[in-house]
Each structure stands twice: as C-alpha cells, then as structure tokens.
Design a protein around this ligand. Structure first.
Ligand SMILES: Nc1ncnc2c1ncn2[C@@H]1O[C@H](COP(=O)(O)OP(=O)(O)OP(=O)(O)O)[C@@H](O)[C@H]1O
Length: 720
C-alpha cells in the first residue's frame, strides 16, 4: 500500500526544515561582526578608485547631450556602451557584495547555489518520470493486462519522487530565506553606516543625492520594493536555476529528436493546449504580505524607521554630527532591525507552511498533465511512438520556451539592477568632503584653556547660489575669549557659525584652531571638543530626557547628568511642571513622529506635550549643556540661544555659560561664540564682530566699536 501523501510529505518536510534551521550562522542570533580584514581591504580599494562613481554617472548621461542626466532610478537604454558599463560595474561590485555575504554564510551560500542548480533539473526530470508512467499505462492497456496494483505502484513511485522534490525545494527555500534576510541586514546596515558618515557638503551635491536615491532603491529591492518591476538582487540567483533548466530541457529534446521521434509527433506536441498552466493559475495561492509583527513588531518597525529617518534627515544632520549620534543611531537601528528580522522568521515558522503549497500549486498540475493525455493513447495506439515519449516531447518543448522567456526577462531586469548595485557600491565608497586624507589627518590637541581660532579671508557660497554667503572673513579669537557675532538679518552670522563649527566647508582662505589647519582634523574628533545650540535646533518627538540626553550619548541614560543639564539651563521648573516630568513625551517637529522608541525610555505618555518656542529653546540649551560642561569641550557656539527667552531666563543662561566656561579657580577653559540680536547682551563679550552682506565690517571690543561710531554704534543706539 502506498503511504498517505500527507504523512509522507509532512515527515520529510519537517525533517528538512529542522535540519536547515539548525545549520550554523543564522544572522539574527549572532552579534554584529565588525568588517573582516578582507572586507576592509576591499572597501579601501574601492575608496581608492573613484572611477566607480564615474562609471555609474556615465550610465545616467543622456547620449546626445553629455551634461544632462537621466532621472535617478530611470531605466538605462540597452546599448553597447551601457552593456560595457554594466560589465564594469558587475566586475567591481558583485565580488565585493558576494564576498561580504560569503563571509557571513559560506556553507549556506554553497548549499543555495547547489540547490538552485538541482532545482533547474527538476522540471525535465518530472517530465521524464511522467513519461515513464504513461508508457507503463499504455503497455498495460494495449496488452489487455490492466491491473489496479500496477496503477497503485506507479502512483506510489510518483508520490515518492514528488516528496523528494518537495523536500529539496523546501530546504532550498528555507535556506534562501535565511541568506536573503542576512543579505538584507548587511546591505541595509552598510547603507545606513555610509549615510551617517556623509557630511553636509557631500550631501548638498545634487548628483550625490541621486546616487543615494539609486542606492536606496537597490537596498529596498532586497525587501521586495523596486524601481524595476519585481527585480531583486536575489533574482540573479534564479538565473542559475533557469540556465540549468534550459540546459536539461535541451538535453532531453536532443536525445528524443536524435532518438528517432517522427516530425509529425513534434508538431502535434507543440499544438497541444496548455491545460496544466490554467490549473496552476486557478490553484495559485495568494501571497499577501501580512504583517507578521503585531504590537511588538510595530514598535520595532517604528524604531527602525525612526532611526532610518534620523540617519537620512538633513534637518538633524548638524546635531547628528556635532553630538556624534552616528554610532548610537546605527546601534539602535541594528538592534531593532535584527529583532524585526527574527520576528519575521518566527512568524513564517521556518517555512513549515510550505508543505502543501507545492503540492497544490505545481505537483498536482504535473499529475494532471500526465493523466489528461490518456485519451491520446487511443489515437497513437497504432504509432510506433509511445504516448510517454509524446508527452515528454511536448512538455519539454513547452517548458523550454517558457524557461527561455523567463531567462530573458530576468536578464533584462538584472541588466537594470546592475546600475542600482553600482550606485550602492559607489555610494559606499563615497568619501565625506570634510574628511581629511588618512595620511594628512592629525588629532585635535586640547589646549586646556579653550580653542584658539584664527580665520583668514574665508569665503563660502551655498550650492547653486551665485552670491557668496561669506567673503573675506578674517577674525582672531584667543583661547578662552568670548566673541559675539552681531548684524542685520541675512548678513551671514549663522553661516559663519556653521563654518566655524565645521558643518560647512569654506571655499577659500584658511581656518586654524589651536594653530592647526582645521582641514587636517577629523570632523568627529573636532566635534568631540565642541557643543552648540543651532538656530534651527531639532525638536525631537521623544521624551524630555531623550531630547536632552542626546547632547551627550554616553550619559543619556544617566538621570543625574540629564537633570544637571536641565538645571543649568534653568529649565528645572519647566520640566517639573510637565505631566510626567522628564518622561513627558514632547510634540516635536514632525520629522520623527515615532521617535519615542529612539531613546530607550519607552512611551511615557500617550499624547505628546506641546511646548512654546521659549520652552523648546530651554530644552535645546539643556541639550547643549549636557556636553558643554565636560572638560574636553573647548568651544561653545550659541546661535541666538535666548531669542525667545524672557530677560530673567536670558540672564540665567548667560551666567551659566560664563560659569561653565571657567575652571573652579575662575580661569577661562572654553572659548565661547554667541550670535545675538540683543546688543545689550553682546556687550558681555570680549570681542564683537559686526557683520553685513556676508563679511565682518567691524571687529573689536564694545567700547572700541562704539567709539568708532560706525554701523555697530548706530545699531546699538537703535536697540537700547
Ligand atoms: N541653505 C541655504 N541655501 C542658500 N542660501 C542660504 C541658505 N541659508 C542661508 N542662505 C543665505 O545666506 C545668507 C546668510 O544667511 P544666514 O542665515 O547666515 O544669515 P543670518 O545673519 O544668520 O540671518 P538671521 O539674523 O536672520 O538669522 C542669506 O542671504 C541667506 O538667504
């Protein structure tokens, strides 16, 4: 008696699934590995050869007009030139990506390649097995020796073959899912890492933005989203299956043709209708993407997206750079991403639910296609050709045509996908503009008494702007001095502060800090010694604690550090008045709606609490003070920190700045630069720079500038 199909299938498939799940190297169980030395060498090599970006750019160039480019993620025309570019990109990027994956899963990758080739042989083997079955039936019927036991025997053999095929298919799918998830994680992480490295000048280049958009499309295609139809980099693996399928079909066809099958049979075989395909379509299941995540998954997804949003946000970039939030964002994103991928895997139950899908979708079609030929037995009974051969011939020919079509389609998609892959690799190799060459870079050497700043003839223009926002900026601030920058709206004060803070680069001139050319300092190193309140500071949709704590990530979980910063900024009463104190969730600027997950203190209240402009300003000042009071910080920049504060609050903030910029003995330890429209406040500074039309028109002490009776004096008299 044959085994009932369900038990046979379930046993084999459960065994196969458990074997494949227990293979070593699951990416979500393992801690994140730093890049291996081989990976580093490859990455360095990429960085050293900028032509990858040039090749990618050439593929976007519109042929007739060398200066115009196709929109990002547009399909490249199939031309010899683009084919050559695709080859170059594949040669450069594919080994890099594959070796990265190979390092994570050498065994699984080998298994995947082997099983993909084996899967390609299945269709021809299936046809052959069905042909043998039909021949057996033909023999039984024509000899008049038909018995039920023969039929049962044949059916059992076919079921065994189907079980083996389903088991191999199941192992291949489970294994592929794990490799796929791993690949998704690796590329997404690498993209985020690369994004967080980039500085404002690099990101302000429109071509770089296009590159990042294509790179993003490539990364998203790992998740099933894509600019090119349904292409995902894993479709490239399908090529293996398709090629091996085409080859085996060709082999079967040639052996049948040269085995003496009459031409009439060949024609007849082509003419027969494609009934099994119809059945396949009717029984095709719905592969809806149902969210596996539930509430936990929702939170994880929100956190992951919040971190992704932060990494991609231009609005938050100054603070991300200054407060060195990159590693923290990357770590939080990685944690959420890994948990989410783990959840998805558990939801799919290791693909146990695949057990009967293949049976209903494909294999029943095969069975049906075998039996629906039985009536043809009568037609062909007089021919020397067996019905099995006829069936095999016809099905192989049909499959060959379908497979060749699929192969071409996949190749076409892969051709477009190569340019996205090239964008991803070129983006990974981008060097941030402010990053000095490794050989030239020198570490920041603290003076212990504040940062000495010497700017000579600085100029700066915003991208696309014809008029420079800064020109001929020359100023000297001794270590520990206080400088006030004043001037009319649009005179360039904020721009100058951002240049001094190394958020923007200057185009000409020189800028030295503590006697060292600032362009030789790693911006991360420089930023570790500075703190600031930006004019357009970020209002994060998270708790007060989160908003303040990110000023100094290593201490963001320290209640003491956060409350001291809040106290220093004079915001203690404000925070006490909030419904849940430091845990009150604030209604931010909408860029990070779900950011409460960011800062690890969970959702404190359900309705975000709104703050006034002045109250937000106190939160931003607290954030700056988180870091400003640290001994290694030697430069404090405040861009209109008290513009919305009342006179008392303003005095408190400036008194605190004065206090934290001195040692307990009263010696100056930090240089302070502040921008203000309140000239009564500017008087407190050691030096004042009066700006107009992007340059410093007057520079000196309050008394010197008043006695000069120039622009500063008239502005001062007008304002007091
Ligand atoms: N992102 C930008 N792109 C192009 N131009 C800009 C950009 N930001 C500022 N500008 C221009 O640069 C000039 C200087 O702007 P900046 O913000 O530095 O002035 P400001 O003195 O700080 O003004 P305010 O007192 O109003 O804050 C202005 O003409 C402004 O229009």
């Amino acid at each position: 008696m044959p085994l009932p199909p369900s038990s046979l299938f379930t046993d084999v498939i459960h065994l196969a699934s458990s074997v494949v799940r227990n293979l070593p190297g699951c990416p979500h169980d393992a801690p994140l590995k730093p890049p291996t030395s081989r990976e580093r060498v490859k990455r360095d090599a990429l960085e050293e050869s900028p032509d990858l970006y040039a090749v990618w750019l050439a593929s976007r160039r519109i042929a007739e007009n060398g200066t115009e480019h196709l929109p990002p993620a547009a399909q490249r025309p199939f031309s010899f030139q683009n084919l050559a570019l695709a080859c170059t990109l594949s040669k450069r990027c594919a080994p890099e990506l594959l070796s990265c994956l190979w390092d994570a899963h050498p065994f699984r990758i080998s298994l995947m390649v082997t099983l993909d080739v084996v899967r390609g042989i299945f269709p021809a083997f299936r046809g052959y097995s069905q042909a043998v079955m039909i021949d057996e039936l033909q023999r039984n019927m024509t000899s008049g020796n038909f018995t039920l036991s023969h039929v049962i025997h044949q059916g059992t053999m076919e079921l065994v073959r189907m079980s083996v095929e389903a088991a191999i298919d199941n192992i291949a799918t489970s294994n592929e899912n794990i490799v796929h998830n791993s690949a998704r994680f690796l590329v997404e992480r690498r993209q985020l890492e690369q994004r967080l490295r980039l500085d404002v000048p690099t990101l302000s280049d429109p071509l770089v933005r296009d590159l990042l958009q294509e790179s993003d499309t490539f990364v998203r295609s790992f998740n099933g989203f894509s600019a090119f139809g349904v292409f995902s980099p894993f479709d490239a693996m399908r090529l293996l299956t398709l090629v091996s399928e085409v080859l085996t079909h060709l082999w079967v066809l040639s052996s049948l043709t040269f085995g003496g099958t009459p031409l009439s049979i060949v024609f007849l075989s082509v003419a027969v209708t494609v009934l099994p395909s119809m059945l396949s379509w009717l029984t095709y299941g719905h592969d809806n993407w149902d969210c596996p995540n539930g509430q936990l998954g929702g939170q994880l997804a929100a956190k992951q997206e919040a971190m992704r949003g932060l990494a991609h946000s231009d609005a938050h970039r100054p603070e991300i750079l200054l407060f060195d939030l990159g590693p923290w964002i990357l770590k939080s994103w990685s944690r959420a991403r890994k948990s989410l991928l783990g959840l998805e895997r558990r939801h799919h139950g290791g693909d146990n639910n695949l057990s009967f899908c293949p049976l209903s979708r494909v294999y029943l079609n095969g069975m049906f296609s075998a039996f629906h030929n039985v009536p043809l037995l009568l037609v062909l009974s007089s021919s020397s050709t067996s019905v099995g051969t006829f069936t095999l011939y016809r099905s192989t020919l049909q499959s060959l045509l379908l497979t060749a079509e699929a192969l071409l389609r996949t190749l076409r998609m892969a051709f477009q996908g190569v340019f996205l892959m090239g964008a991803f690799c070129a983006a990974t190799a981008l060097k941030p503009r402010l990053q000095p060459d490794a050989q030239k870079a020198i570490p920041y050497s603290p003076s212990g008494v504040g940062m000495a700043i010497d700017a000579q003839n600085l100029s700066f223009s915003y991208p696309g702007s014809r008029v420079p926002a800064l020109h001929n900026i020359t100023l000297t601030v001794e270590a520990g001095e206080t400088l006030a920058i004043v001037g009319y709206n649009g005179s360039g004060k904020t721009t100058l502060a951002n240049v001094l803070l190394r958020i923007y680069d200057f185009e000409s001139g020189s800028l030295r800090v503590n006697g060292v050319d600032i362009q030789r300092l790693d911006p991360r190193d420089f930023h570790a010694h500075a703190s600031a309140v930006f004019q357009g500071f970020s209002k994060f949709s998270t708790s007060v604690k989160g908003n303040v704590g990110i000023g100094f990530v290593p201490e963001m979980d320290s209640a003491d550090a956060v409350s001291t910063a809040i106290e220093l900024a004079g915001a203690a009463d404000l925070v006490r008045s909030l419904p849940e104190g430091v845990r009150t969730r604030l209604d931010g600027d909408g860029l990070n709606r779900s950011c409460e997950a960011c800062c690890g203190d969970g959702p404190a209240s359900h309705t975000p609490h709104g703050l006034s402009g002045g109250e937000w300003q106190r939160i931003a000042i607290s954030r700056a003070f988180m870091r400003a009071r640290r001994p290694e910080v030697e430069l404090l920049v405040f861009d209109e920190p008290t513009s919305s504060l009342d006179a008392h609050a303003q005095k408190h903030v400036f008194d605190t700045i004065e206090k934290i910029s001195r040692s307990p003995d009263g010696d100056r330890t930090k240089t302070v630069i502040f921008i203000t429209h309140r000239l009564a406040t500017a008087r407190r500074a050691d030096k004042i720079a009066m700006m107009e039309n992007g340059t410093i028109i007057e520079f000196g002490t309050h008394e010197q500038l008043l006695s000069r009776n120039g622009r500063y004096a008239s502005l001062y008299h007008a304002s007091v």
